[in-house]
Design a protein around this ligand. Structure first.
Ligand SMILES: Cc1ncc(COP(=O)(O)O)c(C=O)c1O
Length: 460
């Protein structure tokens, strides 16, 4: 660990002893001391006491501007008043029934009015939504295989727990990447049915279809790859993919768990003017409650209506969650919300950009809608291998801890994530974020130049 990073981590440790103590205790009963593997990071994660609006406080009482926002699940910000009110109003009318109650139809109407969908089913997490979407694609096409992007993340089920962050020793060819299982316990036979493709490469995709004639049920992808910071499709890629999938009878699934609510009013279909066959939604559509969904045309969803495809769940359409979803669509994700977050995001990007140029940092900043991020790369990255070839974990940790020490949780921990701006953030919050980046940038640029000059990089 180099001195500038060591100094920031020591400062973090001095400021957050209660988080350390809580984490040490949790280790005995919770693997890694946390409830989800991504939440663990060294030396120990921040433990949260409470949060409200665009801010949170840790156990030691330090306050932070929060641009992590639960891995992008809170474009509403913490405890949005309209959502709290709607949930509180429902709370005493029964918390779950396992029976229909009407609110699920209201929410389905909201979703179908906004996204190019005719029918939806609700789930409790994005992972369940993508799992069901893939099952639907198989049910409709009668085909077994699916294609996912190298570096893409779609939740923790076996079919997509492959090639999320593969190492170069396992890569295989750039045009036909290996399917690399991520986790012990994944059923190999299931993983074998997942073919991995490079993002932004139509030629490679066509070759995959030709190598697997009549076997691919669907391509699932994030329209903007937000599990490698922020990677946008090349001009024409999305339309090209749409045309190609149609030609081969392959269904196109937009995994909009991240983009759906936060990119713009109608999500990626509106943004890229491309209509997929199936859409999955999650995270910010629930404003802090476990709400996700998958949907398609009535024709495709008929597989469920005809009881050919099974989709069930005790917690599906929980009335409190439906209330949160309805308040989110009707009172949070309004046109003015997008105007607000777009303006703040532009200001944040401009602020970062000016500081990058001033300090000579080898970096750029990218974003759209509520999301964006700092990319410590000389030029725009186009796919997972570009991300992998340039990522420097230690340098990135300096960025994250240095900002945390100055009261900014810039994004979720890990260099593949990005910031989220909430409707409750203000211009002043953005100025505070930019000012903190201005403070830490000279030391970050200096460390980066030294590491580039000496060829020192903490890769993946
Ligand atoms: C694009 C995408 N799809 C699916 C998921 C899984 O969602 P969940 O964590 O709600 O299961 C995530 C989570 O980060 C995601 O980013």
């Amino acid at each position: 660990m180099y001195p500038a990073l060591k100094k920031e981590i020591e400062t973090y440790e001095k400021r957050t002893p209660k988080s350390r103590a809580a984490h040490e205790k949790a280790y005995a009963r919770l693997p890694l001391g946390v409830g989800s593997n991504y939440r663990y990071y060294p030396p120990y994660p921040l433990f949260v006491r409470d949060a409200s609006g665009g801010r949170l406080r840790d156990l030691d009482g330090n306050e932070y501007l929060d641009f992590n926002l639960c891995y992008g699940a809170l474009m509403a910000g913490h405890c949005h008043p309209a959502v709290m009110k709607a949930v509180e109003a429902r709370l005493h009318l029964g918390t779950m029934f396992g029976m229909p109650h009407g609110a699920e139809l209201e929410l389905a109407e909201e979703i179908c009015a906004r996204f190019p969908l005719e029918m939806v089913r609700f789930t409790n997490s994005g992972g369940e939504a993508t799992m069901s979407a893939l099952r639907l694609a198989r049910a409709v096409t009668g085909r077994d295989k699916i294609v996912k992007m190298e570096g893409g993340y779609h939740g923790g089920h076996d079919g997509v727990t492959v090639s999320v962050k593969p190492k170069s020793s396992d890569f295989g060819s750039a045009k036909a990447p290996n399917t690399v299982i991520v986790s012990a316990g994944v059923l190999k036979a299931t993983a074998d049915a997942t073919v991995v493709a490079p993002f932004n490469d139509l030629e490679a995709m066509e070759a995959i279809f030709e190598r697997n004639p009549g076997q691919i049920a669907a391509v699932i992808l994030e329209p903007i790859m937000m599990n490698i910071v922020f990677v946008t499709p090349d001009e024409g890629y999305m339309q090209g993919l749409r045309d190609l999938t149609k030609r081969h009878g392959v269904l196109l699934i937009f995994d909009e768990v991240k983009t759906g609510a936060k990119l713009c009013w109608g999500g990626a279909s509106e943004y890229f003017r491309v209509k997929p066959d199936i859409i999955t939604l999650g995270k910010s559509i629930g404003s802090g409650f476990p709400l996700a969904a998958f949907g398609a045309s009535a024709d495709l969803m008929d597989q469920i209506a005809q009881q050919k495809m099974y989709h069930a769940g005790t917690y599906n359409t929980n009335p409190l969650v439906m209330a949160a979803g309805l308040a989110t669509f009707r009172e949070v994700l309004k046109p003015e919300a997008y105007t607000h977050v777009n303006a703040l995001r532009k200001r944040l990007m401009e602020g970062y950009d000016a500081i990058i140029r001033k300090t000579g940092m080898v970096a750029y900043v990218d974003g759209a809608g509520a999301n964006g991020g700092l990319l410590l790369y000389p030029k725009r990255i186009r796919n997972y291998r570009d991300w992998y070839d340039g990522v420097d974990y230690d340098l990135w940790m300096q960025y994250w801890f240095a900002l945390a020490n100055r009261g900014i949780v810039a994004q979720p921990f890990w260099p593949d994530e990005q910031w989220t701006i909430s409707v409750q953030h203000t211009e002043k919050d953005i100025e505070q974020h930019v000012a903190a980046f201005d403070q830490i940038a000279p030391a970050l640029a200096e460390a980066q130049h030294e590491r580039l000059a000496t060829g020192t990089r903490t890769g993946h």
